[in-house]
Design a protein around this ligand. Structure first.
Ligand code: ZN
Length: 159
């Protein structure tokens, strides 16, 4: 178990585009496990590799305890409808803001064994997928926020 340091707003690495993962290695496997440890320790719902300083296209999401999704090289194939609601980010601690996202997404990704799969997501999971895929492009939710950021309570959802 290893907790990695989460980079925060203002750190240049959060603005860089992440690179594709071409093969699974012991080092990447360790990174993914550390990302889960870091996510759960921070009580977030999603974490992208650039948030721990690694510019690789890897995302971990767990919006429901015990149902984690590892998305390697994710590509959003389809979106439908919209949802508007509060959103936060572990890289912007203590803050939240209103963001409009698709209500449904269909995403292609590879799992920890580099096996491709598709995930259909709605609600919070769809929001988390879009938020984390944005991180891989160097986009933060503060770029999309409607109105001002506000102070978030600890129990608010943090992506
Ligand atoms: Zn985030």
């Amino acid at each position: 178990m290893a907790i990695r340091n989460i980079r925060e707003l203002g750190d240049d690495i959060l603005r860089k585009k992440s690179r594709e993962v071409t093969e699974m290695t012991p080092k990447i496997r360790e990174l993914i496990h550390d990302m889960y440890d870091t996510l759960y320790e921070a009580m977030g719902v999603g974490l992208a590799a650039p948030q721990v300083g690694i510019l690789k296209r890897i995302v971990v999401i767990d919006v429901e305890e015990g149902v984690p999704y590892t998305l390697i090289n994710p590509k959003i194939l389809e979106t439908r409808d919209t949802q508007t609601g509060g959103e936060g980010c572990l890289s912007v601690p203590g803050k939240a803001g209103k963001v409009t996202r698709p209500a449904y997404v269909r995403v292609w990704a590879q799992d920890e064994n580099m096996q491709p799969y598709e995930l259909e997501a709605e609600g919070l999971l769809a929001r988390a997928v879009c938020h984390e895929v944005d991180h891989l492009e160097g986009i933060l939710y503060v770029d999309r926020v409607e109105g001002e950021l506000y102070d978030a309570e600890m129990e608010d959802d943090e992506d």
